[in-house]
Design a protein around this ligand. Structure first.
Ligand code: FE2
Ligand code: FE2
Length: 273
């Protein structure tokens, strides 16, 4: 497979972020990058061949064909082969988690936040976009709720709200605000998928909430396809993080907050218990 070097460096979070990574981390990231490109190609070929989306029954039938459940976090399972040794973290600041632990989600989140920044979103929405999916490093099931919980002690209520509810809003089109139901979900959940009642009830609540717009904008700026040519960098967001993310002086995971253990689980996913 031919590698677009610029796209690869961009996927690492830009030249600065990549210069901070160990060779091993870069090798892992390259593998991740190539596998994402491959998935894209396979999906595009399937689309071109007019292949239809799977049904929920077909997806359910696949459960027992895998060693892992689909909701497992990126850090805890390799897409192919074995997991790799993780580099130690120089500190427990948010930017270090981006560089050393969010390898599977940072490019997607940076692309979303970049889109939000360019479209003139408020900094609270830009931050929500930057953080909206990174909890998928530990768990994917109900990632909106998990993600909001992970960040709640450190961001505004509005940002946490947007992170929590983007998950439910994704399933409901809002063409007036520029959001159509993405094909990606027909592929992931099945063409005949109907959200569970708790998702529907959450949507109805959020639809009437004064912060509906904030949560909706996370879905509008979300990316539903991997763009290998996107130029993204965490550098652009350092000031937004500085203004809106309350970095604990003890480091994430060591501030005795109710979510400290979640950050430690991301820092040390190889601990057996
Ligand atoms: Fe998400
Ligand atoms: Fe997303």
């Amino acid at each position: 497979m031919e590698i677009d070097r610029r796209a690869f460096v961009a996927s690492l979070g830009g030249a600065t972020a990549s210069s901070l990574m160990s060779d091993e981390a870069k090798a892992d990231a390259l593998e991740e990058f190539m596998s994402a490109r491959l998935n894209e190609t396979v999906a595009a070929q399937a689309g071109a061949a007019g292949q239809s989306f799977p049904s929920t029954a077909e997806l359910e039938a696949q459960i027992e064909t895998r060693p892992l459940r689909r909701g497992v976090g990126n850090l805890f399972a390799a897409r192919t082969g074995n997991v790799k040794r993780l580099p130690p973290m120089p500190s427990k600041r948010l930017v270090d988690f981006f560089t050393y632990r969010f390898a599977g989600t940072s490019n997607h989140c940076l692309q979303s936040a970049t889109k939000a920044l360019r479209s003139g979103m408020t900094e609270e929405v830009v931050l929500a976009c930057l953080l909206h999916d990174v909890v998928q490093e530990i768990i994917k099931v109900d990632h909106g709720w998990w993600g909001a919980q992970l960040f709640e002690p450190y961001v505004s209520e509005k940002t946490a709200f947007a992170i929590r509810y983007h998950q439910a809003l994704r399933f409901y089109a809002d063409p007036a605000n520029g959001y159509e139901y993405p094909d990606l979900y027909r592929r992931m959940f099945g063409h005949d998928y109907r959200p569970e009642p708790y998702i529907e009830a959450t949507y109805q609540m959020v639809r009437k909430h004064k912060w509906y717009g904030e949560a909706r904008m996370v879905t509008v700026n979300d990316l539903y396809a991997f763009d290998p040519n996107a130029q993204v960098s965490l550098d652009v967001f350092v000031d937004v993080i500085g203004r809106h993310f309350k970095q604990p002086k003890e480091g994430l995971g060591f501030d005795n907050s109710p979510v400290a253990h979640m950050w430690r689980s991301i820092a040390y996913p190889d601990h057996p218990l």
